[in-house]
Design a protein around this ligand. Structure first.
Ligand SMILES: Cc1cc2nc3c(=O)[nH]c(=O)nc-3n(C[C@H](O)[C@H](O)[C@H](O)COP(=O)(O)OP(=O)(O)OC[C@H]3O[C@@H](n4cnc5c(N)ncnc54)[C@H](O)[C@@H]3O)c2cc1C
Length: 370
């Protein structure tokens, strides 16, 4: 073992690629490992990767999501313009009642937005009876392309992490790689012993890429998303199914409902399926990302058994220099760039992590249920 990495990232989805990219840019010695030979084979490879704001009543989650929306759209446009189609995104009301809220939604989101009338929407290829909200900065990423390009200058190793030991101030991965800091960005699968208290759930999704001649000029979202036409293709997604086991084969069946819905939203004549994508989103219970130091739960339960009965004064003990980057749910491409910035500052610049995203918020609730 000659090299000691400043950072080893486990998992090359959008979470892992974003933190690896951020650290590499700051001249850290970084290695990214994944059990697959290329990035984006997990949930990130399946994603439609729409960059869209969150609409609704003002809340901490809405504010964080929309902060991340502004940050990510600018990040992709500046750093990876070839992989980000910033055609704008229209958010369509579900019904007349929903439409009445759109002026309010507009007023609470700090983004470049505009109400469009049904006639204006028609020119973009969008069908709607109601005024809708257009965000110029939104768009859609090439999910696999963006993950790959982010880590093109980062050392990459195909390897499944099977052991992690802390020895003499460094982490040793699979008895062969030595690192000062390790980030587990492993998505839905893995590490229940270390990460179980975070309660990450799997939400299965399918989506499709379709050939079409229909000239859709803008991305749109109601309860599904349809992209603008790009190189003769539109993306339609996605289904949401709570699931424990990833389905490994997909025959396109789940897409039938999506196609029918897309034709209601957009002026689409014909569609020919190019490819189906399926994958697991990893979601936290409160829908906030889960980013930061990992608690040593075994130590905590052995030393403070009353935690199970509600004792909440015990000082939390974290593993040294071991971090998680997970729980990005259905908005991995929206959250990842900002969360990577925060995580980098936490690891290398001693900045505190925001308590809304810190895994600490999940520990006591979990312990009380044991
Ligand atoms: C159908 C669908 C549509 C979506 N649409 C959007 C969208 O429009 N906009 C948006 O922002 N988000 C979208 N998402 C959500 C987004 O894809 C996820 O939030 C994102 O993929 C999470 O990324 P991740 O890096 O955390 O996990 P993943 O992409 O799953 O990456 C985890 C990686 O860890 C690796 N790994 C796991 N265990 C190990 C191990 N032991 N050793 C080595 N490697 C390991 C895996 O191989 C994998 O590559 C969608 C998701 C799906 C499924």
């Amino acid at each position: 073992m000659q090299k000691v990495y400043d950072l080893v990232v486990v998992g090359a989805g959008i979470a892992g690629c974003s933190i690896a990219y951020t650290a590499q840019k700051e001249n850290k010695r970084v290695l990214i490992i994944d059990k697959a030979s290329t990035p984006a084979t997990g949930g990130s490879g399946a994603a439609g990767a729409f960059i869209s704001p969150k609409l609704g009543i003002e809340s901490p989650l809405l504010n964080l999501t929309n902060l991340a929306f502004g940050y990510s759209s600018n990040f992709y446009k500046t750093n990876f313009p070839k992989y980000f189609d910033q055609s704008g995104i229209v958010r369509l009301p579900k019904d007349a009642k929903d439409a009445k809220n759109f002026e309010y939604y507009k007023s609470i989101i700090d983004a470049n937005s505009k109400i469009l009338t049904p006639d204006e929407l028609k020119q973009f290829g969008v069908k709607s009876q109601f005024d809708s909200l257009y965000f110029r900065d939104g768009g859609v990423c090439d999910a696999q392309g963006i993950c790959k390009v982010m880590v093109e200058d980062v050392e990459y190793l195909q390897m499944e992490l099977s052991s992690l030991e802390y020895k003499e101030d460094n982490w040793i991965l699979n008895s062969q790689i030595e690192a000062k800091n390790v980030v587990l960005a492993t998505g839905y699968i893995g590490y229940k012993d270390l990460l179980g208290y975070m309660g990450i759930n799997g939400v299965w999704g399918s989506r499709g890429d379709f050939y079409t001649n229909s000239d859709i000029k803008v991305c749109m979202h109601q309860n599904i998303s349809v992209s603008a036409l790009h190189n003769g293709i539109i993306k339609i997604g996605a289904t949401h199914v709570r699931s424990k086991n990833p389905c490994m084969v997909c025959d396109g069946e789940p897409l039938k409902g999506l196609i029918a819905k897309a034709k209601e939203l957009a002026n689409i004549d014909e569609l020919t399926l190019k490819e189906t994508f399926c994958g697991m989103r990893s979601s936290s219970r409160d829908h906030f990302p889960t980013i930061g130091k990992i608690i040593d739960t075994k130590y905590m339960l052995e030393n403070y058994p009353n935690i199970k009965k509600g004792y909440n004064k015990a000082p939390l003990k974290h593993f040294k220099n071991l971090y998680v980057f997970n729980g990005l749910g259905g908005r991995g491409f929206v959250f990842a760039p900002l969360m990577a910035k925060w995580l980098y500052a936490h690891i290398f610049e001693d900045e505190n992590i925001d308590s809304k995203v810190s895994p600490d918020r999940l520990f006591l609730k979990w312990a009380r249920k044991l």
